[in-house]
Structure formats: C-alpha cells, structure tokens
Design a protein around this ligand. Structure first.
Ligand code: BEZ
Length: 283
C-alpha cells in the first residue's frame, strides 16, 4: 500500500487535519480506498502493535494518522452508535450496557468549571424525570478528569438547585470524543463542541446536533425530538414545524388515502394531496 500516493490524491486535507479530514475527499474512489485501507490494514497491523501511526508526507507537513479503533468515521443518522468503555462520575460505563433497551442522549461539554455547561448540566438534572418517562438514559461528557468532575458536580448542585443525578463521562483521553467526532479542530483543537446524539434502543443514531461552545443548548427541544421520534416510529406520521406532543401530525405521503382510512379513523384534512393533517393518533 502506497500511503504517500493515497494522501497525494486528497489535496483538500488541511495541514492541521486530524484523521477524519480524510473522509472529506471529493473523489469517491479515494473514499472507498480509505475505507478498505482502514478495515483491512488496520487489523493486520494490530496483530503486531496495539495501534500504529502513519505519517503522510506528500506536499504537506507530516500528519500523524491514528489507526486505532478509536479513530472512527464521522457518524451519520442511521449509523450504529459505537460502543465504548469510559470512566464516569458513576463508575466505569460500558455504553451499550448502560443504555440497555432504553433510548439514550449522549451530550458533550467543552470543559469543567465553565458557566454555560454548569447551567446545562443543572437543567438536564431537572429534566431527568421527563427523560425517564420516555425511557431515555442521559449521559454527559467532558474532557476533564474525574477528580475535576467530582468537584464541579458540587458546584452544579450548589448553583443550579438540582441534584446531579446522571453520569458524566471523564473523557480526559478523548476516547469517546474522538469516536463520536466531538472535537472540531477548526473550532478548538482540544475541547469538545456541544454535541448531542439521540440513540435508539437498537443503538442507531437518530439525531445529531452540534452547538458552539458559547451557546447553551435547549434541552426542551431534545425532549420534543424524542417525542417526535417515538411517535413516528409507531405510526405512519411525521411531525410538522414546531410540533409538540398533542398537536396534529402529518400523514406520510407514501400512505395512500385508502390505507390511511384504516390507520387514521379520526379522519384528516387534506390541504394538498401530500399535506394531510390528522389528530395525534396516540392521544
Ligand atoms: C461555558 O460553558 O461557559 C463555555 C465553555 C467554553 C467556551 C465558552 C463558554
């Protein structure tokens, strides 16, 4: 395998690039070459080394490429959420064991002892019963060590008025942050952005959102999306703009009027043949 030639054909990789930038090659050929390279060669090298580092040199400063299993592809909707084991404020967590048959919300924070993060974590603690009602486990992440987390949790409880009632991953080695692409080097080389992943019981990624460090997220919106996902999984409906639980929903266009009669006995209003509005079926 000629690694230099491979890199040469990816001219848009920035000198500062981390491994993931390789996936942004325009050429599909190179994309697939990368995938095949990753799956075949990584495994064979791992027989000798736990991981190896490869240095690309063609026309660019040397860029180390970490081929360990943590260097995953960018996640997309519908992908299987990768499993991991990491320390947390509630002990070591195996993600799949932690999630079990529930849904999960995995969300990252740039850093401990930061004001926006403090308010977010306090609010998620307050919402915990709402997540539980929906069979959702919440799991935070920050790239600082457990000793910092423990101290920070005290601050969060003191200032936000809620018990800290869910685990916060101590991802000091960036294992999970890298696996879930939570570090965006052009925003910040080392800290995570504010990522949110909603993962269903089949471990499929159902939502990905990314906020900048300076903007606190709206966790009521995360609950709203979970309501929508859980509803649309069970019925042939979609949810319209600004929908919230209890509002009317939209019958999916793929369903014929004939079939819709059986499924939606309350009837519907057809504003257009493709825009049929019906009361929320499970209310
Ligand atoms: C914060 O959580 O307050 C924060 C973190 C990183 C950058 C800006 C704000």
């Amino acid at each position: 395998m000629n690694f230099q030639a491979f890199f040469y054909f990816c001219p848009q990789i920035e000198p500062k690039a981390n491994n993931r930038k390789l996936l942004y090659c325009d050429s599909l050929d190179i994309y697939y070459q990368f995938l095949s390279f990753k799956s075949n060669i990584t495994l064979s090298f791992q027989r000798t080394f736990s991981s190896f580092r490869l240095f690309f040199v063609s026309g660019f400063p040397s860029v180390p490429y970490d081929t360990s299993m943590e260097a995953a592809m960018t996640l997309r909707l519908g992908d299987t959420a990768p499993n991991f084991t990491q320390d947390s404020t509630e002990g070591t967590i195996d993600f799949y064991d932690f999630v079990g048959d529930s849904w999960a919300v995995l969300f990252s924070h740039p850093k401990d002892f930061t004001p926006v993060c403090t308010t977010e974590l306090g609010y998620v603690g307050k919402l915990k019963p709402e997540f539980e009602k929906r069979n959702v486990k919440v799991l935070g992440l920050s790239v600082d060590p457990l000793s910092d987390h423990t101290q920070w949790v005290g601050d969060i409880e003191e200032t936000q008025g809620h018990q800290f009632n869910f685990p916060l991953l101590a991802d000091a080695d960036r294992k999970v942050s890298n696996l879930y692409d939570m570090i965006h080097p052009n925003a910040n080389d080392t800290l995570t952005v504010r990522s949110v992943f909603i993962i269903d019981p089949a471990k499929k990624v159902r939502l990905i959102i990314t906020y900048p460090a300076s903007t606190g997220r709206n966790f009521d919106e995360i609950l709203r999306v979970i309501d929508s996902l859980q509803l649309t999984d069970g019925y042939k409906v979609a949810t319209p703009v600004n929908w919230k639980d209890g509002d009317d929903v939209i019958i999916v266009p793929a369903l014929s009027d004939e079939d819709a009669k059986d499924r939606f006995p309350k009837g519907w209003v057809a504003h257009k043949p493709y825009l049929r509005v019906t009361p929320q079926p499970n209310k």
